[in-house]
Design a protein around this ligand. Structure first.
Ligand SMILES: C[S@@+](CC[C@H](N)C(=O)[O-])C[C@H]1O[C@@H](n2cnc3c(N)ncnc32)[C@H](O)[C@@H]1O
Length: 332
């Protein structure tokens, strides 16, 4: 899979290092894929039929063909008869698409990094990531590693109905519908685009309902529900907020669903050396974008302390060392 980061080197260095060369290539490939997504062509490349450069009248056929041929030479695409291009490994297309979305989410701050480093601009004020693309990217990253683990903790709570807050495309509620007997599964996310994408991917079926809603103001979401959830799950959501933001969200959950328990799934805080030691995972990139965008990875004790300030007590904790994840269950 393409790595999300891997930036800037000279051609001289390129000749001397295979690793650097592949980083530069990944970077160029990502940029071309980002351009194709901006033209609305990425999804089409992941279909059986693919893209024909001459066909879409609104594009420059020479430029488009050059880009598609380049991606074919680096073995991302394949060329079929009659000038069709499509992704070589169609089954891996969702992972490729997620890598592109993740890169798009952080494209602006990375491109303007010199301004952030020099202090000309501040993250969150003049420069921010693209939240819509971030919400869409996270499904593939989280689904492969964490859903099974979080589900085991969830089933241990004996809760019958779950609201997944900050659900992105709603892939986790859809997974729960396939792998458990839970009968009421609600996914809520502030990103309209992520919810629309989840519906397009078919995640809203059977017991799953997806809603656009703000974690800071859950009362209006609660008014749309037939019954109140027994568990509110937040998977890789709260680290996006500072302590004050977390307290506002916990207050909102408590007002909307006073009896619900909370299942928190978050990364375990680790030091740089460990991140480097696991260099064949995306952990260094995750850690870097967290720092770049002011996200806060907290230790278990820090979470417990923070929840305690909103009168939530720890009931249960599970850790999954391999995926570097913790699941904490709190009751109010
Ligand atoms: C890192 S993603 C995690 C998505 C999903 N839970 C997963 O594990 O794949 C964080 C999600 O929180 C959502 N989010 C951020 N602020 C929110 C808010 N105020 N209310 C609801 N959702 C929010 C984002 O749109 C994004 O989908």
């Amino acid at each position: 899979m393409l790595r999300v980061a891997g930036y800037g080197n000279t051609v001289g260095l390129w000749r001397h290092s295979k690793t650097l060369a592949s980083s530069v290539r990944n970077h160029a490939v990502l940029d071309v894929l980002i351009a194709l997504e901006k033209c609305g062509l990425l999804a089409q490349l992941g279909t059986q039929h693919g893209v024909t450069p001459a066909a879409p009248a609104e594009f420059d056929a020479v430029q488009l063909k050059a880009a598609l041929e380049y991606l074919t030479e680096v073995e991302i695409l394949e060329q079929l008869g009659r000038g069709h291009f499509r992704v070589r490994k169609l089954r891996e297309f969702p992972r490729l698409r997620s890598a592109v979305y993740a890169a798009m989410a952080y494209n602006r701050p990375i491109r303007q990094l010199h301004r952030l480093i020099r202090g000309d601009d501040r993250y969150g004020a003049e420069i921010s990531r693209d939240d819509q693309y971030d919400a869409m990217a996270s499904e593939d990253i989280t689904s492969r590693f964490y859903y099974g683990f979080a589900t085991r903790t969830l089933l241990g709570t004996n809760g019958a109905s779950v609201l997944d807050l900050g659900c992105g495309t709603g892939a986790f509620p859809a997974y729960l519908a396939r792998h458990t007997d839970l009968t009421e599964l609600i996914g809520v996310d502030v990103s309209e685009r992520a919810i629309a994408e989840g519906r397009r991917r078919g995640h809203e079926s059977g017991p799953v309902r997806l809603l656009v809603g703000d974690a800071m103001a859950l009362e209006s979401t609660a008014a749309k529900l037939k019954s109140t959830p027994e568990i509110v799950s937040m998977m890789f959501v709260l680290h996006e907020f500072d302590d004050e933001g977390v307290e506002r969200i916990l207050g909102s959950i408590h007002r909307a669903f006073p009896l619900a328990r909370i299942l928190l799934t978050e990364m375990i805080l680790r030091e740089t050396e460990e991140a480097l030691a696991r260099n064949n995972t995306a952990l260094p990139e995750l850690r870097y974008v967290h720092q770049l965008s002011g996200q806060v990875v907290r230790s278990r004790d820090q979470w417990v302390h923070l929840f305690d300030r909103s009168s939530y007590r720890l009931d249960r904790r599970d850790e999954h060392q391999l995926s570097n994840t913790q699941c904490l269950v709190f009751s109010g």
